[in-house]
Design a protein around this ligand. Structure first.
Ligand SMILES: [Zn+2]
Ligand SMILES: [Zn+2]
Length: 81
Protein backbone atom coordinates (compact mmCIF):
# COMPACT_ATOMS: atom_id res chain seq x y z
CA UNK A 1 0.00 0.00 0.00
CA UNK A 2 1.32 3.44 -0.84
CA UNK A 3 0.27 6.96 -0.01
CA UNK A 4 -0.82 9.09 -2.94
CA UNK A 5 -1.62 12.78 -2.78
CA UNK A 6 -4.90 13.80 -4.31
CA UNK A 7 -4.84 17.39 -5.46
CA UNK A 8 -8.39 18.58 -5.64
CA UNK A 9 -9.38 21.41 -7.80
CA UNK A 10 -10.29 22.78 -11.10
CA UNK A 11 -8.35 24.48 -13.82
CA UNK A 12 -8.43 28.19 -13.33
CA UNK A 13 -7.05 30.17 -16.26
CA UNK A 14 -4.83 33.04 -15.12
CA UNK A 15 -2.68 35.59 -16.88
CA UNK A 16 0.91 35.68 -15.67
CA UNK A 17 0.46 39.44 -15.24
CA UNK A 18 -1.85 38.70 -12.32
CA UNK A 19 0.72 36.47 -10.60
CA UNK A 20 3.32 37.78 -8.16
CA UNK A 21 6.01 36.37 -10.45
CA UNK A 22 6.18 35.24 -14.07
CA UNK A 23 8.84 32.71 -13.16
CA UNK A 24 8.67 29.43 -11.31
CA UNK A 25 9.95 29.70 -7.74
CA UNK A 26 11.76 26.36 -8.10
CA UNK A 27 13.31 26.08 -11.55
CA UNK A 28 13.30 29.82 -12.25
CA UNK A 29 12.03 29.36 -15.79
CA UNK A 30 9.37 31.68 -17.13
CA UNK A 31 5.90 30.23 -17.39
CA UNK A 32 4.87 29.32 -20.89
CA UNK A 33 1.48 29.20 -22.53
CA UNK A 34 -0.70 26.51 -20.89
CA UNK A 35 1.78 25.51 -18.21
CA UNK A 36 0.08 23.99 -15.19
CA UNK A 37 0.96 26.14 -12.20
CA UNK A 38 0.20 25.99 -8.52
CA UNK A 39 1.32 27.37 -5.19
CA UNK A 40 2.74 25.53 -2.22
CA UNK A 41 0.17 24.91 0.49
CA UNK A 42 2.88 24.83 3.17
CA UNK A 43 4.71 28.10 2.54
CA UNK A 44 4.55 31.35 0.65
CA UNK A 45 7.42 30.56 -1.69
CA UNK A 46 5.48 31.68 -4.75
CA UNK A 47 4.09 30.08 -7.86
CA UNK A 48 5.51 26.87 -9.27
CA UNK A 49 5.05 24.64 -12.24
CA UNK A 50 2.89 21.84 -10.91
CA UNK A 51 5.73 19.30 -11.21
CA UNK A 52 8.19 21.69 -9.58
CA UNK A 53 5.78 22.23 -6.72
CA UNK A 54 5.54 18.50 -6.11
CA UNK A 55 9.33 18.28 -5.94
CA UNK A 56 9.49 21.35 -3.73
CA UNK A 57 7.01 19.89 -1.26
CA UNK A 58 8.84 16.57 -1.08
CA UNK A 59 12.22 18.28 -0.68
CA UNK A 60 11.23 21.10 1.67
CA UNK A 61 8.20 19.92 3.57
CA UNK A 62 8.58 16.20 4.05
CA UNK A 63 8.03 16.61 7.80
CA UNK A 64 4.81 18.59 7.28
CA UNK A 65 3.66 16.09 4.72
CA UNK A 66 4.18 13.24 7.17
CA UNK A 67 2.33 15.16 9.89
CA UNK A 68 -0.50 15.70 7.48
CA UNK A 69 -0.66 12.02 6.56
CA UNK A 70 -0.60 11.05 10.24
CA UNK A 71 -3.44 13.51 11.00
CA UNK A 72 -5.44 12.09 8.19
CA UNK A 73 -4.97 8.55 9.41
CA UNK A 74 -6.16 9.56 12.84
CA UNK A 75 -9.25 11.28 11.49
CA UNK A 76 -10.10 8.28 9.42
CA UNK A 77 -9.83 6.05 12.47
CA UNK A 78 -12.17 8.33 14.40
CA UNK A 79 -14.82 8.38 11.73
CA UNK A 80 -14.97 4.61 11.71
CA UNK A 81 -15.19 4.25 15.47
ZN1 LIG B 1 9.41 25.13 -12.55
ZN1 LIG C 1 6.63 25.26 0.23
Amino acid sequence: MVNVLWREGWLKPLLTESLPSEKCAKCNNEFKELDFVTSCEFCQAGIFHENCCNTHIIEEHQDLLETKMADHREKRLHSYQ
